[in-house]
Design a protein around this ligand. Structure first.
Ligand code: M6R
Length: 589
């Protein structure tokens, strides 16, 4: 994680860097810093906390510099661990994890070098400084240092006396952009889309050198290479909050249009090259993390119900180390909002190596996962800024349900059309406003349970993740029937329970669990299309959502759960957009 940005051009660099960092704050926000190249010297300003703490740096002179917003991996969030890190003539910002930093640091210490931070990143500055003394060429010095590093990195490096920025990439995203007034580097297009005209996403092992003459690219052997820069479009720029207090609230409001745009933007799967692949698919594997993993669980319910294709859903960080069995004719679907999640990328790579075909479902066009996959189905949720995933989840489900329908069609099976889901999501959003009134029951809770069966369990898992992520309340999503096998011991009057019941065939069964928790003093909150259940005496409050095919229902039932998490977070005085300890894009292992 962490966001890095670099600029060299005719403008003053400080405002460009700070504006870029603000757009990258979703990647980490525990400390921030900038380094500016001024009259052959480098001035550094670093602060603990958010990018706004760097306000004093805005007036600094200098037309070249690098900046960083941090999500701490090695070393506590503090000013001394904030980037940029300087050693000797070299000053750098880093995104990634240097796995052999401890051993390399020992060697530096043995040479008598002194470290001024607890980070893994600083060791790279020491190595580059040593090689710069030998090479007198920053690009070569950076390359030689990179040869010694294992792990992941995106670097932007300055050196005293040289008006240039050298960039390197390995397993961490880095883009280079050309604008009218200069050249840029950044972790994400959104940081450069306002001022850059065209951009190139570096491949692993590639280097870039930014100078007044422009951006030069080099392969892993430092041979100059020509690459095609694509035009930067307005939609790649960072969105604004508009009249909403928080991005998360705005993004929940955008759920219906995210579904609508995604469904209308999908290719005709039955007449595409992918259809042949789907017809040949005998096993479906899904790899993903967090919310995207929950999307995978929702897809499994639909695929197995309608297409009868055996489906396994893997937490990507487990898949990559579980020596997975990948039978012939397996299609692996890697789901990721960002397309940059390190564990998902590694799992996808492993699936390819084991002979699977790979389909990516992402929300970011030029992401690493899209470039890795043989097939891509985009979600068109629009940029998601809040750390908690909301509209991207619903958009993922729109793609995955359509994919499931195509898989079923390939086997001559009929599936209800997902076409009406955007309209139903709009109705659900209207009905969900009442969850704001539930918050007093959750503010004082010791823990919270979300219950459901079948597809409703998937929605419960996602509702629980949302709540814990932004309210910091201990919360669990649970199979309603499993509760009595131990976990019921935790339920009492300080444990609100949210039940999701959308499948008429399972409603009575889940209501059994509702009776059980009510009998132990829990206040019960219900999300359901069934009016009679809302009237039950055990139910403290409810949201009635529209009816739809039960296997599709998480795309609707999650909406009140997303809103509930938002309101509880606010009531507890937290920032729902930037929960503690987290970052939006998890590009480290
Ligand atoms: O970008 P990705 O979809 O790959 O991200 C995966 C998870 O890190 C992400 O869904 C995370 O769980 C969200 N913060 C949950 O709201």
């Amino acid at each position: 994680m962490c966001g890095i940005v670099g600029y060299l051009g005719e403008e003053r660099a400080a405002p460009v860097l700070l504006d870029g960092l603000e757009k990258l704050e979703y990647r980490g926000y525990d400390s921030a810093g900038v380094a500016l190249w001024q009259d052959k010297k480098i001035a550094v300003v670093r602060r603990k906390g958010r990018v706004c703490e760097l306000v004093c740096a805005r007036s600094l002179a200098g037309n070249a510099g690098v900046g960083h917003t941090r999500w701490a991996t090695h070393g506590a969030p503090s000013e001394r661990n904030a980037h940029p890190h300087r050693f000797g003539a070299v000053c750098l910002v880093h995104n990634g994890i240097l796995e052999n930093a401890a051993a390399l640091k020992e060697e530096c210490l043995a040479r008598g070098e002194v470290f001024s931070s607890d980070t893994d990143s600083e060791v790279a500055a020491h190595l580059m400084n040593a090689f710069l003394a030998e090479e007198s060429d920053l690009l070569r010095a950076v390359k030689r240092a990179c040869e010694l590093l294992s792990g992941s990195y995106a670097f932007a490096v300055l050196a005293e006396g040289r008006e240039e920025i050298v960039c390197a990439r390995m397993h961490s995203p880095l883009v280079v952009a050309r604008g009218t007034d200069g050249v840029f580097a950044a972790s994400d297009l959104c940081a450069v889309a306002a001022e850059g005209r065209s951009a190139y996403v570096l491949e692993d092992g590639e280097f870039a050198r930014l100078t007044k003459e422009g951006a030069e690219l080099f392969d892993s052997a430092l041979r100059p290479v020509e690459r095609t820069f694509f035009a930067l479009a307005a939609q790649q720029a960072a969105p604004e909050k508009g009249s909403f207090a928080h991005f998360m609230r705005k993004e929940i409001e955008e759920v219906p249009s995210a579904i609508e745009n995604t469904l209308s933007g999908l290719p005709d799967l039955l007449n595409s090259h992918l259809y042949e692949v789907l017809c040949q698919t005998e096993y479906l594997h899904i790899v993903a993390c967090g919310t995207a993993y929950h999307s995978g669980l929702c897809m499994k319910a639909v695929v197995e119900k309608f297409a009868r294709v055996p489906t396994q859903v893997f937490v990507a960080s487990e898949y990559r180390y579980c020596d997975p069995i990948v039978p012939e004719h397996t299609l692996t679907v890697a789901i990721s909002q960002s397309g940059e999640t390190a564990d998902t990328l590694a799992a996808a790579q492993l699936a390819l190596e084991r002979g699977s075909r790979l389909l990516a479902v992402t929300n970011v066009e030029h992401s690493s996962l899209n470039r890795l996959a043989q097939h891509v189905l985009p979600t068109r949720a629009g940029r998601e800024v809040a750390v908690a995933a909301t509209k991207s989840f619903n958009a993922q489900l729109a793609v995955l349900y359509s994919l499931a329908a195509a898989l079923a069609a390939g086997r001559g099976r009929r599936v209800p059309s997902p076409a009406a889901l955007a309209v139903l999501a709009r109705e659900t959003l209207c009905a969900s406003g009442r969850v704001a009134a539930w918050t007093p029951y959750f503010q004082g809770a010791r823990s919270v349970f979300f219950l459901g069966r079948g597809a409703d369990r998937c929605a419960a898992l996602e509702g629980s993740l949302k709540l814990k992520e932004i309210s910091y309340l201990p919360s669990e999503g649970y199979a309603a029937g499993e509760l009595k096998h131990g976990t019921l011991a935790l339920v009492d009057g300080a444990t609100p329970v949210v039940a999701v019941i959308t499948d008429p065939q399972l409603a009575d069964k889940t209501m059994n669990a509702v009776h059980e928790v009510y009998a132990r003093g829990a206040a019960v909150f219900l999300v359901t299309p069934f009016e009679e259940l809302c009237a039950a005496q055990e139910v403290t409050a409810s949201v009635r959502i529209p009816r739809c095919e039960p296997a599709y229902s998480p795309i609707l039932s999650v909406i009140p759960l997303q809103l509930l998490a938002y309101h509880v977070s606010l009531a507890l005085g937290h920032d729902p957009d930037k929960p503690r300890n987290l970052a939006k894009s998890v590009t480290v292992e």
